[in-house]
Design a protein around this ligand. Sequence first.
Ligand code: ZN
Ligand code: ZN
Length: 406
Amino acid sequence: MPSLDQVLSRLGATRAWQEELYLHLHAHPELSLHEEKTRALVATRLGELGYEVRTLGGGVVGVLANGPGPVVLSRADIDGLPVTEQTGLPYASTDTTVDESGDTVGLMHACGHDVHITSLLGAAALLAAEPGAWSGTFVALFQPAEEIAAGARAMVDGGLVDAVPRPDVVFGQHVLGHTAGVLATQAGPVLSAGDSVKVTVFGKGSHGSMPHLGVDPVVLASAIVLRLQAIVSREVPPGEFAVVTVGALNAGTKSNVIPDRATLLVNLRTYDTETRARVVAAVERVVRGECAAAGSPQEPTFDYYDQFPLTDNDPDVTSKVTDAFRAHFGADRVVPLGRVPASEDFSRIPDAFDAPYTYWGVGGFAPGTAVPNHSPFFAPLLQPTLDAGTEAVVVAAMAYLGKDLS
Ligand code: ZN
Ligand code: ZN
């Protein structure tokens, strides 16, 4: 029997506990940087499977050393979102939490990270159960706080590079809107770099009836919003991808008071570092220029946050994994991922090891029924999504670790 088939022959046995685990995780999501119960559950399960378990940077990493050979690291993100679930599923989350502003908010795995956790634990179990079929080291990494772009960095800062053997290759996967059971791969940039910046511009407060005695930051901020629209249309080369969105604009409290400042929350998405630098520089130049034009009494400030790196799949790794997917799933179940304008902090992990990586999509929906990630209606099909996510990790890992048993 080929070694891959030997490892996957136990899928029937893991499927039962995986489905039960998925239903539990789906019903009990935890917010970014508050994944205590999820982390404990994962750590316990990895320990039971025989992995050497470390918790660091708010995440968990399990190492299974099984003789000489390559080191393969596979990563799952584990956080939920402050979204009130409206899927109507029998296992929908009804959990709530109190956010930083003191408001009670719903909790939901609205990005499918429960699929990622369950798939990676299943793959970890399958590999642990058949050590004779492969040789090398498998590292299962469970990362917190992907949604706020903090978790990968926290694990790297927490000592990840010294805690596990250096991987020869790193994998990540995400449930997306493709047909359930379909895998989506692509070499090169697949997820955009994302930057958020809080811009504060300053005016001079006055009575609403005496604008000539003040500097109106509402007018200033409005000019900035319009002028920012010209960055993508007039400064980014046609054919290059960039998005500049002003997601929030706040100033003032009352109709007859001219406030003394305005804030803008600006989101930027790009697919290469040169374009990113160009767009960031253009945003700052436009803001400073409009402030000068308005006679603003104080320099604007720029606070960058939620910064996601580019996800740029290694061509050789992607080609090897895609071939393995085609051989296992059949060519009709492997499609091009395309470029997704969303962003991920996944690549900080391989980049910390200077290791090549590939990140693929797992379809989760019946054709024509997909809703976007983060929607309160985001409800991936339990199967074949879980099986596909589990098999995908095993197939990719075995492309590097598998033994020829013939
Ligand atoms: Zn998400
Ligand atoms: Zn996600």
